[in-house]
Design a protein. Structure first.
Length: 459
């Protein structure tokens, strides 16, 4: 018996001219063609003489099983899908079914994945160039994915300033998901953020709606639509939705020479090696700016701001801010040293934005296992030291001295700050603080800033 074969075919948006040569070749090669009934209609002209198996919208696993059964009989099977079969398509479920049945790539049935243009780039081509910079795709269908997972992904994409392509945005029964997605995105995007809603791209009933993030839920949206939501840089010009690649950040008037401090073929001044310098400059330019203001301005965790301050050089300081890293193994020693810093202010910030500031004395400290307990007649504060992954001594001339205890993400678990009396720090307490910093502080090692080799690049 001939060995069977499964060809997983993505045939693009649906128009014949957008189907790849290999997709046509695979369908021609097949003995059996299996697909959702709408997909079968889109390639009907290629199916003469084929055994055709039509399946419904919710029969995805049935399609995979049937493809496997036909392939076991030695047939060549084309399991087809519009767009790209590996993006929200049938490739994943097919491999799951095969692996569960004991299939391996080395023996028996051959499997080939044939890519096609997916909805997000087909739709993008119709409205301009919205995907020129970083983007992501998120399906709003919660039939197989819990909504909290989808919501977290939307939140992360919004915070990360990705252009977002929404698949499966709305159906007859699922009407609230698009509204919730809009609400989450509006927490991080302007109301006038450009949005394109493309229905049935390159098919007979193609329809394009250009709108804004605040108005998109008033538009006609259904399962045949893909919703493209711009990032903070996306603009609409002459009816085209465009996301700049970033050349204007480096070159004068886009096509002119590189701006001061920039070089062609090298990272931006605010690239990985240079952005710490940008943070220090921002703090240096205005003495009133605080660490937390810097964290909000750069949308970065406090640990990154402290690292930028800690990497300062004599000719590139962060104004009056000073920061020194502490090794993880010295956590207990720093806490012991804090017993000599006099009256302290313990600060704890909740994820919701609440701030607790508690006055404590050295005798209020005790440690039990992973917990630091600050207990006196007025309050109990318990800090989980197992979450602490970074420690920083921090000083700001006559304003602030203390230690920040940070978690793995660089956010504050808690901080201990010296207290002023009548506008001054206690001289003895401040002396002990500086002694601790000299004993346990370590110079921060910045990103390697060796020059990159001169190579041909796209920027």
């Amino acid at each position: 018996m001939n060995k069977g074969k499964i060809l997983l075919v993505g045939f693009g948006p649906g128009a014949p001219e957008h189907m790849t040569y290999r997709a046509r070749e695979a369908i021609a090669e097949a003995d059996v063609v299996i697909g959702y009934s709408t997909y079968i209609k889109l390639v009907q002209e290629l199916l003469d003489g084929k055994e055709v198996v039509r399946k419904g919208m919710t029969e995805e696993i049935d399609r995979c099983v049937e493809a496997y059964e036909h392939a076991r009989e030695g047939k060549t099977v084309a399991l087809i899908s519009s767009g790209d079969i590996g993006i929200y398509g049938m490739a994943g479920p097919t491999f799951e079914v095969l692996l569960q049945a004991g299939w391996t790539p080395a023996g028996g049935i051959a499997v080939e994945v044939i890519p096609g243009a997916t909805a997000l780039n087909a739709c993008a081509a119709l409205v301009g160039a919205p995907l020129t910079h970083d983007f992501c795709a998120i399906s709003l269908s919660d039939l197989l994915t819990p909504w909290p997972v989808i919501a977290r992904r939307l939140e992360a994409a919004a915070r990360g300033d990705f252009v977002v392509a929404l698949y499966n945005p709305k159906s007859g029964r699922r009407t609230r998901q698009i509204v919730e997605a809009q609400r989450i995105l509006l927490r991080h995007r302007r109301k006038d953020t450009p949005v394109a809603i493309v229905k049935s791209a390159y098919r007979r009933r193609q329809n394009i709606q250009m709108t804004t993030l605040s108005a998109m839920t008033d538009c006609d949206i259904g399962m045949l639509c893909t919703v493209l939501i711009g990032n903070r840089s996306t603009v609409v010009r002459e009816g085209l939705m465009i996301t700049p690649r970033g050349y204007a950040n480096k070159y004068d008037a886009l096509t002119g020479p590189a701006k001061d401090g920039e070089r062609a073929g090298h990272s931006l001044g605010m690239g990985l090696a240079g952005w710490h310098g940008g943070v220090r400059r921002w703090l240096r330019d205005d003495p009133e700016r605080s660490l937390r203001e810097a964290a909000r301005h750069f949308d970065a965790p406090l640990g990154e701001i402290l690292a930028a301050v800690g990497a300062a050089q004599p000719d590139d300081e962060a104004g009056t801010h000073r920061a020194t890293a502490v090794a993880q193994q010295d956590l207990d020693a720093v806490l012991d040293g804090a017993r000599h810093w006099g009256r302290l202010r313990a600060v704890v910030r909740s994820e919701g934005g609440g701030v607790a500031e508690l006055l404590c004395d050295a005798q209020d400290f005790s440690r039990r296992g992973d917990w630091l307990n600050l207990v006196n007649p007025h309050f109990h504060l318990h800090a989980d030291l197992s979450r602490v992954r970074g420690l920083w001594f921090y000083s700001r001339e006559h304003r602030q001295h203390g230690v920040y205890f940070l978690d793995e993400g660089g956010d504050t678990v808690f901080s201990l700050l010296l207290i002023q009396a009548d506008g001054n720090f206690d001289a003895v307490a401040l002396s002990h603080f500086h002694q601790s910093r000299e004993l346990y502080g370590q110079p921060f090692v910045p990103v390697d800033e060796a020059p990159e080799p001169e190579t041909e690049t796209d920027d």
